[in-house]
Design a binder for this molecule. Sequence first.
Ligand code: ADP
Length: 152
Amino acid sequence: MEKTAIFPGSFDPVTLGHVNIVERALPLFDKVIIAVGSNADKKYLFPLSKRVEWLKNTFAQYPKIEVLKYNGLTIEFAKKCGAKFLLRGLRNPADFEFEKAIAQANRELEPKLDTVFFLTSAGLSFISSSMVRDVIKNNGEFNKFVPDAVKT
Ligand code: ADP
């Protein structure tokens, strides 16, 4: 059976931290679905279409990667995609505490779905989409934190 994982997130915008997690997950799975959230209660800097386009361009050379948008519960979307694994990245203790609660809740709701965590690569742990958004809003030099597709 095909082993599928989904990597859910806002990707507002995609950063080199996200790229690193996806590239490291690739050898473990037959298919990795990058699931781009569109949550009505969340305010994004970039529209869904842009966030999806940047991801598609970034990972165009990988046939195993698919970029899809979704809303609602991540576990429901994972089920719909036939994914048994959910990917998340851990940068620091705050990420760990936050992700632990979500992963445990998800497992309670859907025991067949397991969360796989990747520790961020040392040189990328300070990168977050929110930091990149702040730099962009203040006209700073953000290119070194994002893949080519996002660069201006
Ligand atoms: P969300 O709104 O779901 O947190 P993000 O796009 O901010 O969406 O993050 C998606 C995933 O990518 C999360 O698991 C997050 O921890 C991970 N991630 C973000 N930045 C990095 C990074 N620099 N290194 C490793 N993982 C990261």
